[in-house]
Write a protein that binds this ligand. Structure first.
Ligand SMILES: [Zn+2]
Length: 336
């Protein structure tokens, strides 16, 4: 326990809290700017089981704020979840870390979250947050929302049955294209670290039974303009999620193509998750296309579009923003 001695000295945690952390299971959805800091803090704090889920691989533009990754990870073409696990297990080999390199969607989210004590939102998009909110209420698991853009960030802890849920204060997702994204206004690494540090501290409170110390309402921070505010939303009786338990996002069919925030990329989800790696390689080789292969995906480039094809059939096409063009390219070079 020497490893955690400074944390055990902190009286609200103590030895009892430390033991509770050891027996806790958390899932971190997304392993980018927020997810790397949250997983780093929770692994060092001794949370016994951490599941990291991320659909993406590491790129140079991630290194400015995604604190677990380095240039070697990019050279090795590693998915974010895999690179994060590798680094975290070097930091703490006593805990169990599991990874899933998948897109979190309505088909798999309940299974991913089912026996977890806590869900941490480290995503960059609203559709996954509404999905997390539905799942958390349905499975009665607390979750911690965090979102960051530019120099601003926001977070709150949502305890089903006790606090307002995400839909109580944001009943509907914003219309596509109506909100700023990291693509349009960028993001500073100071604010991602702050929001993720708050999220991981909220996690420690929940996991050690210190819910009384949770942030009340939404905390909003602007690190550039020195703004710090608490917004106190109230629980809505007619909330579709926590009021009537109508889980519309969980019941919604998955989109077959979505554009990815900040990446000039489209993700294509195939109808079937069976792909024949050999026949795809043969087909592309016969067209004189060079295919790189590692344990996680195939990578190839056609007309300035970089294809990353995961072995479950999901592909990220970089260099395309039009969903239909991405579908067409997928059908042409990978095939449905
Ligand atoms: Zn609600």
């Amino acid at each position: 326990m020497e490893r955690y001695s400074k944390q055990i000295l902190f009286s609200d945690i103590g030895m009892e809290g430390q033991n509770r952390l050891k027996n806790s299971k958390v899932i971190i959805i997304g392993c980018g700017a927020l997810g790397t800091v949250i997983s780093n803090n929770l692994a060092r704090a001794g949370v016994g089981y951490i599941k990291i889920v991320d659909r993406d691989y590491i790129e140079l533009s991630n290194l400015q704020r995604q604190l677990l990754f380095d240039e070697e990870d990019i050279e090795e073409n590693l998915p974010k979840a895999i690179a994060a696990k590798r680094k975290l297990q070097r930091i703490n080999s006593d805990i169990k870390i599991e990874t899933e390199v998948v897109d979190v969607n309505s088909r798999n989210i309940e299974k991913l979250c089912s026996d977890m004590d806590l869900i941490l939102d480290a995503t960059d998009n609203f559709s996954t947050r509404y999905l997390i909110n539905d799942t958390a209420i349905k499975l009665n698991i607390p979750w911690i929302y965090g979102g960051v853009i530019g120099s601003m960030g926001m977070l709150t802890s949502i305890i089903p049955g006790a606090t307002p849920c995400f839909r109580c204060f944001m009943p509907k997702p914003p219309a596509s294209g109506s909100v700023d994204t990291c693509d349009t206004i960028g993001v500073l690494n100071g604010i991602t670290s702050i929001v993720a540090s708050y999220q991981s501290t909220e996690a420690l409170k929940i996991l050690t039974g210190n819910e009384k110390s949770l942030i009340e309402g939404l905390l909003y921070i602007d690190i550039w303009n020195s703004d710090f505010e608490y917004i106190k939303p109230s629980k809505k009786e007619d909330c579709r999620a926590c009021g009537s338990e109508d889980f519309e996002f969980l019941e919604r069919a998955e989109e077959d193509a979505i554009s990815l925030c900040g990446k000039n990329s489209v993700q294509v989800n195939p109808f079937s998750s069976q792909i024949s790696v050999e026949s795809i390689i043969n087909k592309l080789s016969s067209m004189d296309i060079e295919v790189k292969k590692n344990s996680f995906f195939l990578k190839f480039e056609i007309d300035d579009v970089i294809f990353t094809l995961f072995y479950d059939g999901r592909a990220i096409l970089k260099g395309v923003t039009d969903l239909n063009k991405a579908r067409t390219l997928y059908a042409k070079y990978i095939g449905y």
